[in-house]
Design a binder for this molecule. Structure first.
Ligand code: MN
Length: 438
């Protein structure tokens, strides 16, 4: 499971694609995405390598993936990864193994056949699309620091609810809101009610926020009514992607009792265009916070299920974007600080017999560290808008303004491993639609 040697992350491995070394996408990474070439309409599946994307349809069509997956020509002719996700983890590994070999220095298959010429496309020449058809979308709440920070706003004396250290808390969200990185997010209208107002009003969200998260994408689990334990959970995890769970705090705080988040969350969720296979994260496995009290048996970890992934939030005003000023980094944290792991989240989700399906997206919950500057939401960073952040153009932010660009980034580095970057999850805020007039 965890410490088995995987040749695809061997630091000695080099690619014949010149731009691979030193990039976010070296041969040790090989994240999956879907892209549209200029002049075409249908998305194609690919893996990123350096500043290129390898067209998997072209590779599979040439029969080069048949040894890993006999029906590869059909699976990689699809516009999303769902058909691949429906295959077992052994198949995911076999496909990755062949792709790693085809792209490694010394292997001539792609070049000899002339396939490389048409299958290797500059990433700057393609438009990325959502690489999965999202089935169920669940969002967890697995950062203890975030739960404490948010809890303090509501219950200063007793911020943590009594179930937190026993259950990976989550809720079922709306899959239609999940969009690929780069898609603009329209500020939602909704009901907002300030504590001292006698009644709510309807209009544009005034407290638009972000949530820095990492999502994991699953394959098909066992049939309904068949739970699996924590030590099997990673068998169903295909990979991870950066995620921004855009949140309307004013709408959320008025609507959430007693059933939880609804319209304050469903208006947009940005997912990175590139899905990092779990295998590529193996060199970055890590310990996490001590869980006290010890989790119940079905959630008891076997080995390290945390991952060392440095994360940051960049914010750029409309002016900064126009003048080409780099986004101001307003938060830096690490995924290894999470209280509950992906394996525990998924085992808990399955514990009542609920089904895990190919294309499910499971958000981690806001990833916050313990220090100011390491929080994954503006709610925490600005103490509910009272301590404003200063951007590079001198403007101040409590919450997001129209035209703001938010960019989440992630990077894995460790001695003895080749660093990888997780790409980005970004989006610009567009103004709310005008209210209806009769
Ligand atoms: Mn969230």
């Amino acid at each position: 499971m965890s410490d088995a040697f995987d040749p695809t992350t061997d630091p000695g491995l080099q690619s014949w694609v010149p731009s691979a070394a030193g990039s976010d996408f070296p041969i040790q990474h090989l994240p999956y995405g879907a892209f549209v070439r200029a002049g075409e309409a249908t998305p194609r599946l690919g893996v990123a390598i350096g500043d290129k994307v390898l067209d998997l349809h072209a590779v599979a069509h040439a029969g080069l993936l048949d040894e890993a997956l006999p029906e590869a020509a059909w699976v990689f002719a699809q516009p999303t990864l769902n058909a691949l996700l429906q295959r077992p983890k052994t198949t995911w590994r076999a496909v990755r193994g062949v792709l790693s070999r085809l792209l490694s220095l010394g292997d001539l298959s792609l070049r000899d056949e002339g396939i490389a010429q048409r299958a290797l496309v500059a990433r700057s020449d393609v438009r990325m699309t959502l690489p999965i058809e999202v089935r169920d979308y669940v969002d967890f709440y697995s950062s203890l620091n975030h739960a404490l920070n948010v809890g303090r706003f509501f219950r200063p004396d007793d911020p943590l609810l009594p179930n937190y250290r026993w259950i990976p808390i989550g809720y079922h969200g709306r899959s239609s809101g999940v969009v690929v990185s780069g898609t603009p997010i329209v500020r939602p209208n909704g009901q907002r009610k300030s504590p001292d107002a006698p009644a709510p009003s309807f209009g544009p969200c005034r407290l638009l926020d972000i949530e820095l998260e990492l999502a994991f994408i699953t394959g098909d689990g066992p049939p309904l009514g068949t739970p699996f334990p924590v030590w099997q959970a990673e068998d169903y995890i295909f990979g991870v992607a950066l995620m921004n769970d855009w949140s309307a705090r004013d709408i959320q705080s008025w609507e959430y009792q007693p059933l939880g988040p609804f319209l304050g969350k469903s208006f947009g969720t940005s997912l990175a265009a590139w899905i990092t296979p779990l295998e590529a994260l193996e060199p970055f496995r890590s310990t996490g916070p001590v869980q006290e009290p010890a989790p119940l048996d079905y959630l008891a970890p076997r080995g390290n299920h945390h991952f060392d992934i440095a994360l940051e939030v960049g914010l750029a005003s409309e002016v900064m974007q126009r003048e080409g000023v780099a986004p101001t980094v307003v938060a830096e944290t690490n995924f290894r600080t999470m209280y509950w792991t992906m394996a525990q989240q998924l085992a808990h989700l399955s514990s009542n017999g609920s089904r895990v399906q190919a294309g499910d997206v499971n958000g981690s919950g806001t990833i916050s560290g313990s220090e100011p500057g390491s929080y994954g939401s503006l709610l925490e960073l600005t103490q509910r808008g009272t301590q404003k952040l200063e951007l590079a153009d001198g403007s101040l932010r409590g919450f997001l303004e129209d035209g703001d660009l938010v960019t989440l980034r992630g990077r894995c580095e460790r001695d003895g491993a080749v660093p990888i970057g997780l790409g980005e999850a970004s989006g610009v805020v567009l103004p709310a639609p005008a209210p209806w007039v009769d």
